[in-house]
Design a protein around this ligand. Structure first.
Ligand SMILES: C[S@@+](CC[C@H](N)C(=O)[O-])C[C@H]1O[C@@H](n2cnc3c(N)ncnc32)[C@H](O)[C@@H]1O
Length: 270
């Protein structure tokens, strides 16, 4: 990935692009020239910093965003309950900022592929830069359906390069066939169910939808049933952060009340 990270004594994290070699902070200027990731470094004021590789989670929290992105609790469950694994072909809509895309791409690995549809070119371009920096799309890789060439100055040498980006409204149809999993984070997935039925692999095809409103879930499940999908199940996940202090251990007072409902189903054979 095109990122490295500094962490100060307060555990404040500074995500840096690889080519950045100097950082000004309120704890002084840190010069990274001739320093290796994995070292302790000091600012000109003598303050200590960890110089490390960021995790995908560190990157996610600081990625450029155009839309509300999925949270790790939901992403993790989509992958685990959806049974998404190495080598699978996943089709996703919409790309948004590419946060879910990045985890799907890592789940399917080098042998797999994520084909991601986005109807708004301006969102797809921001997502492309995020995915480029993570080594998931190649330098100068086009976005299918977008009449624009890219001349990237970023090159990530080691990456999965397994994401294909497309501009398109997935409600109008899915060209691809033999897809293992379709993941829809968009407002009206019931409009996609018939296309999904044709596009999914009959042996193992699954569809997963993520929706904020229960009315949307009802409409989606009704459509899935109508089209013969089976093993249909909807979930909501609640996350509680636990605070550990001298006084005791307890859940944090504040929490995220609601994100979305996740529905899973399998494609019918006939
Ligand atoms: C909530 S965002 C997705 C966020 C994304 N999962 C992430 O983690 O960054 C929904 C996206 O779907 C796109 N979208 C909505 N309807 C669509 C459609 N019919 N076809 C393709 N993209 C669509 C929107 O433009 C928006 O970017």
């Amino acid at each position: 990935m095109d990122f490295k990270m500094l962490v100060d004594k307060r555990e404040k994290k500074y995500l840096l692009k690889k080519k950045v070699n100097k950082l000004g902070t309120d704890l002084g200027v840190v010069d990274l020239e001739n320093k290796d990731v994995g070292e302790v470094v000091y600012s000109h004021l003598g303050e200590k910093f960890y110089y490390v590789e960021p995790t995908l989670y560190d990157v996610l929290k600081r990625m450029k965003r155009t839309v509300t992105t999925l949270l790790p609790k939901d992403i993790g469950f989509i992958i685990a309950r959806g049974g998404i694994r190495n080598g699978e072909i996943v089709l996703e809509a919409g790309t948004g900022s590419g946060v879910l895309t990045m985890y799907l791409a890592n789940a399917v690995g080098k042998e797999g592929r994520v084909i991601t549809y986005e109807k708004r070119p301006e969102f797809a371009k921001v997502a492309r830069e995020n995915l480029l920096r993570l080594g998931l799309v190649r330098k100068n890789q086009p976005i299918i359906g977008l009449d624009e060439e890219f001349n990237d100055d970023i090159e990530v040498e080691e990456g999965l390069f397994n994401v294909i980006m497309k501009i398109g409204d997935v409600r109008e149809g899915i060209e691809e066939r033999d897809i293992d999993v379709i993941v829809l984070d968009m407002p009206d997935p019931w409009e996609v169910v018939e296309h999904a039925k044709k596009a999914l692999n009959k042996k193992r095809g699954r569809i997963i939808t993520y929706l904020p409103y229960i009315e949307q879930v009802k409409k989606t499940v009704e459509k899935l049933k109508e089209e013969g999908f089976w093993d249909i199940q909807t979930y909501e996940l609640i996350e509680r952060v636990i605070e550990v202090s001298e006084k005791g251990v307890r859940p944090s007072t504040r929490m995220i009340g609601h994100t979305g409902y996740i529905t899973f189903a399998r494609v019918p054979i006939d």
